[in-house]
Design a protein around this ligand. Structure first.
Ligand code: PLP
Length: 357
């Protein structure tokens, strides 16, 4: 007899993207930024004093929260720092969802959401995304009817990159009875010409929480640092009650501060990714793939009918040193999700696809 709770014994854990076998593998499977973090981040790392490691870190990451508040035009009480965005998802569930009460998602979306719901013993109420991968107009009504206490929406959408605008999300937040967590893990890659900014919504709704991460935009996936931006009434219990006592370590705090203070370097990488995203999208379409317009640092390529099956193509690419991602899920069986790499990495991928498709 095992000792796991029955729901844990039944469940499958999250499947992370594959790690490369060799250092020259081109890794386009986990949406990392292909450019290095800012030199200011590396200097901050070198400046960590032994004394700082001996002591516990500042428990509330106050300096980072003050800087993030200035950056986003909110108050520090509206920011919580977390050990990677994934920790915020877990904290939101334990704070806002009665054990066993349902959690709402759009299907398909981030494959960690149902795993976290399962851990909590919560059923998942999933509503199919529209053809363009947007949440359907009646999403909130579905959620309210099922008495969902927390709905998780990723925007730009993963794995399609589709961006939903403020007007639609504002309507949704107003209609939703529970908490709406908008996962903005990829928001840094949105084209600035679109003027996309959801944070002013915080002045209109008291059920909103945004997830941000330094993993993608700031090239710090290895660091594990993210943060939540939300209404003060939602941030207060996260900060004061459900957070681990020292949830972000001293190295992560120092490097995160340096990264955010030197945002211009990261912003340069976002533009380079956007330029390549446009090129890769065009090239994939020329090869016969269906590729939704992406505002993220990846694209979803639905393969043409004459192509090998997606899983087979992934393995062919892998044997040639390029990793991409496939999800064995409704609507995604015939697609590969491809992270935008450097121009040279993208050339290699496109060259292989020209040969294999
Ligand atoms: C949609 C989405 N949300 C959140 C995260 C969390 O990122 P992290 O825990 O690295 O901050 C990821 C990471 O892949 C993601 O794809």
């Amino acid at each position: 007899m095992g000792h796991e709770r029955p729901n844990i014994a039944r469940m499958h854990g999250y499947t992370p993207g594959k790690q490369p076998a060799t250092s020259d593998t081109i890794k386009l499977n986990t949406n990392e930024n292909p450019y290095p973090p800012s030199p200011a981040v590396m200097r901050a790392l070198q400046n960590i004093a032994p004394e700082a490691l001996r002591r516990y870190p500042e428990p509330s990451a106050e300096r980072f929260r003050t800087l993030a508040a200035q950056t986003h035009g909110v108050s520090p009480e509206q920011i919580v720092a977390v050990n990677g965005g994934d920790e915020l998802l877990r904290m939101a569930i334990t704070t806002f969802v009665e054990p066993g009460a349902p959690i709402g998602v759009v299907e398909p979306s981030y494959s960690l959401y149902p795993v976290l719901a399962e851990i909590h013993g919560s059923p998942v109420v999933s509503v199919p995304a529209r053809a363009d991968f947007c949440a359907p107009e009646d999403f909130a009504e579905h959620m309210n009817a099922a008495k969902v206490q927390l709905a998780l929406l990723v925007n730009p959408h993963a794995p399609s990159g589709h961006l939903t605008g403020r007007a639609q999300l504002s309507k949704l937040a107003a209609a939703l009875d529970g908490v709406l967590l908008i996962d903005e893990a990829y928001v840094d890659f949105v084209d600035p010409a679109l003027g996309h900014d959801l944070l002013p919504m915080l002045r209109e709704h008291d059920n909103l929480l945004f997830l941000r991460t330094l993993s993608k935009g700031y090239s710090l996936a290895g660091l594990r640092f993210g943060y939540g931006i939300g209404c003060q009434s939602l941030i207060a219990p996260l900060m004061g009650k459900t957070r681990d006592s020292y949830n972000v370590d001293v190295v992560a705090q120092a490097l995160a501060e340096a990264a955010l203070a030197d945002r211009a370097v990261a912003a340069d990488s976002w533009q380079r990714v956007r330029d390549e995203r446009a090129r890769v999208t065009t090239e994939l379409r020329t090869l016969g793939c269906r590729v939704p317009d992406s505002q993220s640092n990846f694209v979803l390529a639905e393969l043409p009918a004459k192509s090998p099956k997606a899983r087979e193509l992934l393995l062919l690419l892998e044997t040639r040193g390029v990793l991409v991602r496939h999800f064995a899920q409704e609507r995604l069986h015939d697609s590969l999700r491809i992270t935008i790499g450097t121009p040279a990495q993208n050339d290699r991928l496109l060259g292989l696809l020209r040969e294999l498709l």
